[in-house]
Design a protein around this ligand. Structure first.
Ligand code: SDX
Length: 392
């Protein structure tokens, strides 16, 4: 129904899978989480409601949401010894490497979250991770800024609490800015899941060996780090800054992007599945205008980004290859306006994607899927007799 495909049984155990969580239609630019359109969810839901929807399959009642958040708040402490691990990193360490390491290190302090077999134990592991992950994200940022490491404030909602942990100044009360909260809430929802992308497939295949939720998510963070995947949001801003420094000549960069010799990629453009437009990019582009306007932020790279998009949409090379802005093209402009440093952009992507990764891991485990075992087409040598080294 709705253009869904049913996989040939031969696809089983190859990393491809059947899933009921997220539906994409790349031709029509449709993205739905458990049947709800991304446009509705981004406008009307909280990130925690969307996390609950992705993981458990239904939008929560108020009672269910209150219990979920209550369980999360119970688990929002991170062992103090974890700070010693964080201290071991140089300030220059890339935050994605730090976050992947700290997520894996959580296992040592939460051993009961490893061999989870029952749905109840899975729930406990899920709540622990949803509670502690934002603390690790905030600690990673504060360490880079030489700020004291803080815990959350359970009187705030999930997203406001994240912002407070990230940005609270040591000697000042943290004031919630509803515009900033709304912008981050929307960005996190838009990144929350995306079917079987590179990092989600990584989470599923690592999880299929029963390595445990935290280890699977740590692997997913590493996969997301790559500039062809989530790392693109950082690469986009670096690219736009480069164009600005170079005098803002977008035409020159467009030509470069076609030069096969120097396969400079127009970062934030193109997608394996979306071949007309990425619905998330449309929402984020509009949100960028709103957020910068609300916050009174002038950012010249927004105009450069819009100029690049306009040229690409009119350029045969890009149109023929169906290359359009993807989720990463405008998101960094908003993160920057919210005061998030460039090297933390992919960490913010991971923060948004966490519930999707968890939902996909839980689905795979509840369905008792066998260990993933992709097959290959062998293209190497036929049998050869061994040769002693003297004869080689
Ligand atoms: C994400 O899978 C997901 O769902 C991922 C994601 C999610 O939510 O999880 O949506 C998040 O990863 C978004 C993508 C972020 N990455 C980037 O923005 C990096 C730049 N984009 C490209 O690396 C590329 O477009 C990919 C990796 C995103 C998609 O690669 P494809 O589909 O394999 O495209 P391709 O490499 O087969 O390229 C087809 C043609 C090639 O030219 P020809 O060989 O046909 O002449 O298009 C060209 C490519 O050279 N091309 C580009 C280009 N992307 C593809 N040329 C210039 N700039 C680009 N960005």
């Amino acid at each position: 129904t709705g253009g869904l495909i049913t996989l040939d049984p031969g696809f089983k155990n190859t990393g491809s899978c059947e899933s009921a969580i997220t539906f994409l239609n790349g031709e029509e630019g449709i993205l739905r989480y458990r049947g709800y359109s991304i446009e509705d969810l981004a406008e009307k839901a909280s990130f925690l409601e969307v996390a609950y929807l992705l993981i458990f399959g239904e939008l929560p009642s108020q009672k269910e949401l209150d219990k979920f958040y209550g369980d999360i708040k119970e688990e929002s402490h991170v062992d103090e010894e974890m700070k010693k691990i964080l201290d071991g990193f140089p300030k220059t360490a890339h935050p994605m490497g730090v976050l992947s390491s700290l997520t894996s290190a959580l296992i040592a302090f939460n051993p009961s979250s490893v061999n989870v077999e029952s749905e109840e134990d899975m729930y406990k592991a899920i709540v622990k991770l949803i509670a502690k992950f934002p603390v690790l994200v905030a600690w990673t940022l504060r360490k880079r800024n030489s700020k004291p490491l803080d815990y959350g404030d359970s009187s705030l909602n999930y997203v406001d609490n994240i912002l407070k942990m990230m940005f609270k100044k040591p000697n000042e009360e943290y004031k919630v800015n509803p515009k900033v909260s709304e912008a981050l809430n929307k960005l996190l929802i838009l990144h929350a899941d995306h079917e079987q992308n590179c990092s989600t497939s990584t989470v599923r295949i690592v999880g299929s060996s029963h390595a445990g939720l935290f280890a699977s998510i740590s692997a997913g963070i590493s996969a997301l780090w790559g500039p062809l995947h989530g790392g693109a949001n950082q690469a986009v801003i670096e690219m736009l800054e480069g164009i600005k420094e170079d005098g803002g000549d977008t035409k020159k960069f467009m030509e470069k992007a076609k030069d096969k010799e120097d396969p400079f990629r127009l970062m934030g453009f193109g997608h394996r599945v979306y071949k007309n437009f990425d619905p998330r990019a449309k929402i984020i582009k509009k949100s960028a205008d709103d957020v910068l306007g609300d916050l009174g932020v002038e950012d010249p790279v927004l105009d450069i980004a819009k100029g690049l998009e306009k040229e690409a949409l009119e350029d045969d090379y890009f149109v023929k290859r169906k290359l359009y802005p993807n989720v990463d093209f405008y998101s960094g402009i908003i993160y920057r306006a919210l005061g998030i440093p460039t090297e933390m952009f992919t960490v913010m992507f991971a923060l948004g994607r966490l519930p999707g990764w968890i939902a996909q891991w839980r689905e795979m485990r509840l369905k008792k899927e066998p260990i993933g075992r992709p097959r290959q087409v062998y293209t190497g040598e036929n049998h050869r007799d061994f040769k002693d080294i003297e004869k080689r």
